[in-house]
Write a protein that binds this ligand. Sequence first.
Ligand code: AMP
Ligand code: MG
Length: 477
Amino acid sequence: MPNSSDTLSSPAGWRLDHSYARLPQSFHMRINPTPVSEPKMVVLNRPLAEALGLNTDDLNDAAIFAGNALPPGAEPLAQAYAGHQYVHFTMLGDGRAILLGEQMTPSGARFDIQLKGPGPTPFSRRGDGRAALGPMLREYIISEAMHALGIPTTRSLAVVSTGEKVWRQDGGLPGAVLTRVAASHIRVGTFEYAAARGEKDALQALADHTRQRHYPELEGDYAAFFEAVMERQATLIAQWMHVGFIHGVMNTDNMALSGETIDYGPCAFMDAYDPATVFSSIDRNGRYAYGNQPHIAQWNLARLAEAMLPLFHDDEKQAIEIANEAIGSFEARFKRHWLAGMRAKLGLFTAESDDTALIQSLLEWMQETKADFTNTFRDLTNGRLEPLEWHQRWSERLKRQPQSASDVTDLMRRHNPAFIPRNHKVEEALAAASEHGDLNPMQRLLTVLADPYDHTQDLPEFSEPADSTGYQTFCGT
Ligand code: AMP
Ligand code: MG
């Protein structure tokens, strides 16, 4: 990484560097945010601000998080990228996001600071470059919940309302800008963009930049780099599966090379266990259904491998062989992470060959009885699930490991959340905030979600599912 000691530092603690901007110019376009009429802070993430080295006393500045003023050292730009949206390939680019720069934290880490909804960019096409308050608060709530669950994710630093309306199908909605913090915003679609332009030098520069930034310890060739990216995705998707998270729109432009969950649009958590669960209003064929996520991750990684072919080998046939061999290992990688996490959810420290069958039979029972995914594991953890025939098998299995009952409970408590963002609680918080300006339900929800593995609190209001049959989520554009 280029030396950042010469980056500006300000009283508020901004230290912005611009390593992405040093990539070949086809990857970015300089563009300033468009000021809004009446910026007002809706929510500021103080712990995150502090972790970034920002001084919250000097920071409570809605103007910066609205794009009306720039933090010192900012060099705003919109990122170019392409993507497979469902199966259709498109050149996209950030149509409603502007990168201000990369904050260098006191511990030497580097995080993109990006405004989402700051007005049009050269990639906006017919869009307004704006965002509505509801979807931005939704991203804030769910991304912070994912972080607290221990799942790699982009985070949310602030949401400001703009005092302006955004016009969507359902009329005028209050506008907002979200400040998103990410290890980077480099996507599978960024590689597809470089590949589609046929510029091998740019592609290689992007690969080198990404590797240095996210896999600095990695040795080996570009195939080794690709495998490392794949390994991180395998872990990430396994973690989603373990908590019942459904991303909802796993297009290749929404898959980050850092291995972080990115782009919270129509995402939601599953209540009753069913692999076919879909919430997104536009996902008519269930392409992005809960149970299909590992398969889609592999599909997306195949698009990444295709884009990287020129880096694997000069001879295309050999490059394809390298790619195929790598891609072929995804399923086994995913299963390994999935099984490890499922074992932990059941309090298993050791590995036995029948464990998959044991887990599957519980899942089958859950699907047949439409059992709530989170609460089934929560009740198993706390000995509150009415004993099933399956319990016999499980308790025999537990007896074949040396750990004590309290070790088992500890392990299960760390892997089975008591609280997830329940769909009706999220909707309730968003409605209160965006229709009545009442932020209390959201603050209360954020407090509960900040400690998802706290099994000592009994808060049925937050842990009970509402009937989510027919629940629909939207892309929020
Ligand atoms: P998303 O669904 O947020 O992943 O967005 C998909 C693509 O559409 C991205 O290239 C976005 O930048 C673009 N886009 C989404 N909403 C808007 C908007 N309101 N104005 C302009 N472009 C948008
Ligand atoms: Mg996106």
